[in-house]
Design a protein around this ligand. Structure first.
Ligand code: ADP
Ligand code: MG
Ligand code: ZN
Length: 542
């Protein structure tokens, strides 16, 4: 049999996408395979084509009912008999399906992982020849991934239950090395043919935005760029989803929400309205995602920062599956980082795992601060070797916009925290720096400290922004007390000594609202040792 001929006959394609041919021939040769390809890379075809070419029935394990349904429908459309077994079937339907399966009416059988080891399913497949077992979204077996499904643990047990082990083909869009290693180990792949295709998505434009007011930015961004196209806006919490949907509706946008706390019917309706272009924008938590196969998503905006690069890459990757241009905007705000860190601190997890979480978050923070090519920064994370320094399709490459040195501002903030004995939180520190005449400040005698009123020309939001930036970058630690207190870390020294300069996009500094343009210009003279006493204290710490 000629694979090109079958490719054309069933799927109508003349050529394979990168990686597909090797995976297809691997399966046809009876080998285990592991296909690692980005979203939109064409993983489904890698098991669908061998399924029609091999004798017997292919079992496809898939984590989501909606995913199965879409695939079953499109396979049936092209004349390949497929069906699924999952919790949506009632007893009668299930019995009917099973009868049909035993009669060999189907070529491809999609199964939810929690069904695999049920007696009824096991008994059914004893009556048929299984050509191979395909595992879609194989990273769901890893606890380290962002989509862990406990039911995936059933898979190895299921495979061991065969008298003659069938070959196993696993597929994932995960590119993280640790997760790949775990997938291979847990699924017990046997000498798999492993194919990893490039993870670059050249049609995606990446941008990090540091807008002071996110909502205003979002609105003008949508109005300017996307009058009628569809897109996804990711938020970190259900609450933010709800409030953003409300605000956007008030502004006349065609928008609905999606998150795990919603009534299942409404959630499904919102998803379908989005899929069929009845709603233009969907605002969602990370519950919205895996298997969303809408080809024409023109923008993916992260209203809050995700917890690591893997999650970011996957979510942003839902844009532009049709290969057309799509924009991925990450709206960075230091306070989101602080939130993420607090979540991680409060989650129960082993110290190693927590350390890894921090490290992964830090990579994404660095991504937000880098002046280098954003695409390269993403690909480097996944271990790809970068050849070109300038991709020409990310915000850093397009606009190597002027950065402004805010080292002096940073020094003032650090000094202030020190001068008030590292005993107060963001509010007090901000008020002291801005010379607030607030009763509490006066009562505490904080108007007497030497750093009182040294940032009088900055807006409150601006000072907070600088503080949060310093927290995000590890110069300030926020305690987890009921009233969180700002503490200096030993790392501050590099800023106070002037070894490390803190830079920020001009756009941010303008949002900060400093009127100290003159001071900024003459800063070189003052900035090197802003607070000698603090500096020597930190030196002693070492
Ligand atoms: P993945 O599961 O890797 O995210 P899919 O299997 O959903 O990707 O495929 C993504 C898109 O690529 C689909 O629209 C599919 O029809 C298309 N596709 C798959 N293989 C080919 C091919 N050989 N030539 C052209 N298009 C393809
Ligand atoms: Mg897929
Ligand atoms: Zn670039």
């Amino acid at each position: 049999m000629n694979i090109y001929k079958e490719l054309k006959t069933y799927f109508g394609y003349d050529t394979f996408k990168e990686g597909q041919e090797k995976l297809v021939t691997g399966i046809l040769a009876g080998k285990d395979v592991l296909g690692i390809m980005p979203t939109g890379g064409g993983k489904s075809l890698c098991y669908q084509l061998p399924a029609v070419m091999l004798e017997g029935v292919t079992i496809v394990i898939s984590p989501l009912i909606s995913l199965m349904k879409d695939q079953v429908d499109s396979l049936n459309e092209i004349g390949i008999n497929a069906t699924c077994i999952n919790s949506t079937l009632d007893q009668e339907e299930l019995m009917e399906r099973i009868k049909e399966i035993k009669e060999n009416q189907y070529k491809i059988l999609f199964v939810a992982p929690e069904r695999l080891n049920t007696n009824i399913f096991r008994n059914t497949i004893r009556h048929i020849t299984v050509s191979f077992v395909a595992i879609d979204e194989a990273h769901c077996i890893s606890q380290w991934g962002h989509d862990f499904r406990p039911s995936y643990i059933e898979i190895p047990k299921f495979i061991k239950g065969f008298a003659n082990r069938p070959m196993v083909a696993a597929f994932t869009a995960t590119a993280t090395k640790e997760i790949i290693i775990e997938i291979k180990k847990l699924i017990e792949l046997q000498k798999p043919i492993e194919i990893t295709t490039g993870f670059d998505r050249p049609n995606l434009f990446y941008q990090v935005s540091k807008a002071g007011n996110k909502f205003t930015y979002l609105m003008s961004y949508l109005k300017e760029n996307f009058q009628s196209e569809t897109g996804i806006i990711y938020c970190s919490t259900r609450k933010t989803v709800e409030s953003l949907v409300k605000k956007l509706k008030e502004k006349g946008f065609s928008v609905e929400g999606y998150h795990g706390g919603m009534n299942a019917d409404i959630r499904m309706k919102n998803q379908e309205d989005f899929m069929y272009n009845r709603t233009r924008i969907i605002v969602a938590t990370n519950a919205f995602g895996m298997g969303i196969d809408k080809p024409d998503v023109r923008f993916v905006i992260h209203y809050n920062m995700p917890k690591n690069m893997e999650a970011y890459y996957q979510e942003a990757g839902r844009g532009g599956r049709d290969g057309e241009k799509s924009q991925c905007i990450l709206m960075y705000s230091p306070s989101d980082v602080v939130k993420q860190k607090l979540i991680m601190e409060n989650e129960y997890s082993s110290p190693e795992r927590q350390a890894l979480q921090y490290k992964n978050l830090q990579y994404l923070i660095d991504f937000c601060h880098t002046n280098d090519c954003l695409r390269n920064k993403i690909l480097t994370y996944f271990g790809e070797v970068i050849i070109e320094e300038d991709c020409g399709n990310c915000s850093n490459c397009l606009d190597r916009s002027e950065m402004i040195d805010i080292t002096l501002e940073a020094q003032k903030v650090l000094s202030c925290i020190y001068r008030i004995d590292q005993r107060y939180g963001v509010n007090i520190v901000t008020q002291v720096l801005r010379g607030s005449k607030n009763k509490k400040i006066l009562q505490l005698g904080l108007d007497k400290v030497s750093t009182y009123n040294i940032m009088k020309n900055y807006s409150e939001q601006g000072v907070r922004e600088i503080i949060m930036t310093l927290v995000a970058r590890g110069y300030i630690h926020v305690t987890t007390d009921k009233f969180p207190v700002l503490k200096l870390t030993a790392q501050c020294r590099e800023i106070l000594q002037g070894d490390v300069k803190i830079h920020h996009k001009k756009e941010l500094v303008e949002a900060i609202g400093s009127k100290d343009e003159k001071e900024r210009k003459s800063k070189k003279a003052v900035s090197d040792h802003f607070d000698e006493e603090l500096l020597s204290q930190l030196k002693e710490l070492r």
